[in-house]
Design a protein around this ligand. Structure first.
Ligand code: SF4
Length: 316
């Protein structure tokens, strides 16, 4: 979703107009970012899980599929990716001639490393006619050894349209078989959902597909972060229990000020996404680093599965 700069002022509202110092700091930051974007010909993309104030300084916010797609459409020469490492890598793979900055290079997704090239080779040797389907939350190296990438918003559609007899899906165990998982979503239990349903009987239960199967079974809706936001926005219900990272509440509340959103568990925070701050965004733009650097080989090999995802996701 494209956002405009007047939305940045919501930071000031949230931090309280009475706090003059905070207001001054935020105004300075916003002014600085405006200048830097012009000077560096830069655009800021942010994931829904990063802190609220970082979402507010972004030009575009969305889930990992949207960020990959929009990265191929923006005209600016520098892309500032506010998200975890694999998101910056995807933007670079799809835009090899552009500069991609990751404001916090240590913001990494543990799940991205939960498969190996050896596993992929083993499966390719064992099964004939196998497609290696790589969840976008994976390293550039894993993507480079895969046939197609997917995200939670398009996995079913893409897998259904693959002509292969066998599908090997990496790295998330909760989608097909591999032993990777996202600790944020795995921490949400069926007991959490049952408890939430009891205390809020009218609430719809919205669940991200990275949650465990027992949690998915209790959902009224299962979908990506963008899917959850769309569903809650068009649904007539007024209360929702949301089983995904809490950063998504910022957009949910912005779009639905008259509705109430509740967490399902207690630990719905991705510590890596929360490492990104407005100060780090400014610093990255000033210094022109940390920059995403990938070997030519990885970039070339990983381009095809990522591009194939964008093409197949766009097909009817
Ligand atoms: S929420 Fe989970 S999948 Fe997303 S970046 Fe954090 S650890 Fe990775």
């Amino acid at each position: 979703m494209q956002v405009s700069y007047n939305k940045l002022e919501s930071v000031l509202e949230r931090t309280g107009m009475t706090d003059v110092k905070m207001e001054e700091i935020m105004k300075e930051s916003l002014e600085k970012l405006r200048e830097l974007k012009q000077q560096k010909d830069a655009v800021i993309l942010a994931h829904y899980y990063v802190p609220d104030e970082v979402q507010d300084v972004a030009d575009y916010i969305g889930d990992s599929y949207y960020l990959s797609e929009i990265a191929t459409k923006v005209k600016e020469q520098t892309i500032v990716l506010c998200g975890v490492a694999f998101m910056g890598e995807s933007a670079k793979i799809l835009n090899p001639d552009k500069k991609v900055l990751l404001p916090e290079p240590h913001a990494d997704c543990p799940m991205a490393h939960m498969a190996s090239v050896e596993n992929i080779d083993e499966i390719r040797n064992k099964y004939e006619d196998v497609a290696v389907v790589c969840y976008v939350n994976s390293t550039a190296e894993l993507k480079a050894h895969s046939d197609v990438c997917v995200t939670s918003s398009n996995a079913v559609k893409i897998v259904r349209n693959l002509p292969n007899k066998n599908i090997y899906f990496i790295p998330d165990v909760h989608i097909i078989l591999n032993d990777g998982y996202c600790h944020v979503h795995s921490n949400i239990s069926s007991e959490d959902i049952i408890k939430a349903k009891k205390s809020r009987p009218d609430a719809k239960i919205l669940v991200h597909p990275e949650c465990k199967g027992e949690v998915l079974e209790l959902a009224d809706y299962v979908g990506s972060t963008s899917g959850i936001i769309e569903y809650a926005t068009i649904c007539e219900a007024k209360e929702f229990v949301v089983a995904t990272e809490m950063g998504v509440f910022h957009e949910l509340k912005k779009r639905n000020p008259d509705k109430s959103f509740y967490v399902a568990g207690n630990l719905q925070i991705c510590p890596n996404m929360k490492k990104i701050t407005v100060e780090k965004v400014i610093s990255a733009m000033e210094k022109g680093q940390p920059e995403v650097i990938l070997s030519k080989d990885f970039r070339r090999q990983a381009y095809t599965p990522l591009k194939r995802m964008l093409t197949m996701a766009g097909q009817k």
